[in-house]
Design a protein around this ligand. Structure first.
Ligand SMILES: Cc1ncc(COP(=O)(O)O)c(C=O)c1O
Length: 377
């Protein structure tokens, strides 16, 4: 007989709570949309782009909405002139495969570097060792809500004559050294996949840039190479538009984002306090500007702990179980097991504990208590 599965009591995210929290805002936006009946490239997108740019860096950043975070990476790189197999793009091995998919979509060769063992972010020293004459772009990923060491990476990119293209799919509102991400480079890409800190109720993404000319070109990239309102394609762009309906939800959720990030930070601090001296685990080192997308702990007994939590109705995720250089999709990078030891070890050890806006403090306390109980046995 099959063993009955324990029902999830503490989920990884509670969409219902977020939808309810922002209900008056999205209702108003949807009424506007249905009154206007203009579903692609309309006023909701224009307003969301304005609001998202203001959020990322007031008075300076310009946002261009696209269909998803993967397209955002590919289109930003293409706009920077990355499009040939003779070029290389260097990124971290510990990320979602979609970082790599966006890079490979340009036609360039993907290359990987290792992560810092404390923060699990791209290690600038290892990146430096792996830069070649062909390196056209460096793509740091602001993993788990925390920005990479952007001042060092910007210096490396400038020295190599490469573009710095930041994947901020997990870092809505994050900063480095108190400065917004757009301070460090011309392209910052976001995903609005529903589980992200700012998520749509479907797919969505954006590229944020301080440059007006860049933003204007990106608007052509996402709409078949056409100029706004035009019918002529000037280059082979893509069809990667962020639709009006998703913009209604995104605008509504954006009004709540500051409060939701405060929830994440409060809950993460609670976990930090409860788990700081827990034997058997190691916490990922974070800095004050992290927006705490995921709360990740590390343990050699990861799979057993995950099952122990699941048996108590607590859902813990793994971000990520296989580093990109060991996935068949990225075998062309030519890296064998053992070549990026920090990323490989992390992928065996990481476990993401439940953390989402509006989550009860008691859920964090109960989860932390269960983790401690596991190691006490
Ligand atoms: C780090 C990272 N990069 C890129 C992506 C791709 O975003 P999307 O799913 O919107 O294409 C994601 C999300 O899946 C991600 O977490």
């Amino acid at each position: 007989m099959m063993k009955a599965k324990t029902p999830v009591r503490i989920p990884p995210i509670d969409f219902g709570a977020l939808i309810d929290d922002a209900a008056p805002f999205w209702r108003e936006r949807l009424e506007e949309l249905f009154a206007r009946k203009h579903f692609i490239l309309g006023t909701q997108l224009a307003a969301f782009e304005q609001e998202w740019g203001e959020f990322v860096e007031p008075g300076r950043a310009r946002a261009v909405g696209v269909a998803n975070g993967t397209d955002a990476i590919e289109l930003a790189l293409r706009d920077a002139g990355v499009n040939s197999p003779k070029q290389e793009v260097l990124t971290t091995a510990l990320t979602a495969p979609f970082t790599g998919i966006g890079i490979c979509g340009t036609g360039a060769q993907i290359r990987f570097c290792d992560v810092d063992p404390d923060t699990l972010l791209m290690d600038p020293r290892d990146a430096e060792r792996r830069i070649t004459k062909r390196t056209a772009a460096i793509v740091p990923v602001h993993l788990y809500g925390q920005a990479c060491h952007l001042s060092l990476l910007r210096t490396l990119a400038n020295r190599a004559g490469a573009v710095l293209m930041q994947d901020a799919a997990q870092a809505h509102g994050a900063a480095h050294g108190g400065k917004p991400l757009t301070h460090y480079g011309p392209y910052v890409t976001y995903s609005f996949y529903p589980t992200k800190n700012l998520g749509a109720l479907g797919d969505g993404g954006a590229i944020v840039t301080p440059g007006k000319a860049v933003a204007d070109r990106l608007r052509q990239w996402r709409d078949g190479g056409r100029k706004p309102g035009g019918q002529v394609s000037y280059f082979v762009g893509r069809n990667s538009r962020l639709d009006e309906m998703q913009c209604c939800y995104l605008r509504a959720f954006l009004t709540r984002l500051t409060d939701w990030t405060a929830d994440r930070r409060r809950l993460a601090a609670r976990y930090d306090a409860a788990l700081a001296d827990c034997p058997g685990i190691r916490l990922v080192k974070t800095h004050e500007f992290s927006v705490r997308h995921l709360y990740v702990i590390r343990t050699k007994r990861r799979n057993a702990l995950r099952e122990f939590l699941a048996a108590r109705g607590i859902f813990a995720g793994i971000h990520y179980p296989v580093p990109l250089h060991l996935m068949p999709a990225f075998a062309s990078a030519g890296l064998k097991r053992g070549s990026l030891p920090n990323a490989e070890q992390a992928s065996r050890e990481v476990l993401s504990l439940p953390l989402y806006p509006r989550m009860a403090d008691s859920f964090a306390d109960e989860t932390a208590g269960a983790v401690r109980a596991f190691f006490k046995r």
